[in-house]
Design a protein. Structure first.
Length: 135
């Protein structure tokens, strides 16, 4: 295997695109992999959620994920921040399923997040589940 130089690495087109069926919409959308900064921004927002967060906050993170990940088959963004309002008014089960699939595509699953919150023993306020202050 060749040793790459800076220009070779810079020129690599390494974005992954995956087509995902959305039966409720009568077609499919694509998910596009994210650059490191955007993925980490979403990871930070996602990992900050815990069972004490409001459903509205969780909804906004799910919408953020869909806006960031959904693209057309060429990798161009499917949604923008201007779509946030109407996107949040689409059918819940469909959007939740799509957001869950998008999180899994990014390596951030709902199940993994729930397990992380459960195992951490603390909430965002720094208190343990028993109510005592965490160390």
């Amino acid at each position: 295997m060749a040793v790459l130089d800076r220009d070779a690495i810079k020129g690599v087109q390494d974005r992954t695109i995956k087509e995902v069926e959305v039966p409720a919409w009568g077609g499919s959308v694509c998910f596009g992999s994210l650059v490191l900064r955007e993925r980490n921004r979403l990871m930070t927002r996602w990992s900050a959620l815990d069972k004490n967060q409001s459903l509205e906050e969780a909804t906004e993170v799910q919408i953020d994920v869909l806006i960031a990940v959904c693209c057309d088959n060429t990798g161009d963004a499917l949604f923008t921040d201007d779509d946030r309002e109407w996107l949040g008014n689409k059918e819940a089960v469909t959007l939740e399923s799509l957001a869950s699939q998008a999180l899994a595509f990014l390596g951030l699953s709902q199940e993994g997040h729930e397990e992380e919150v459960k195992n951490s023993g603390s909430t965002r306020t720094g208190r343990t589940k028993s109510g005592s202050a965490g160390s």
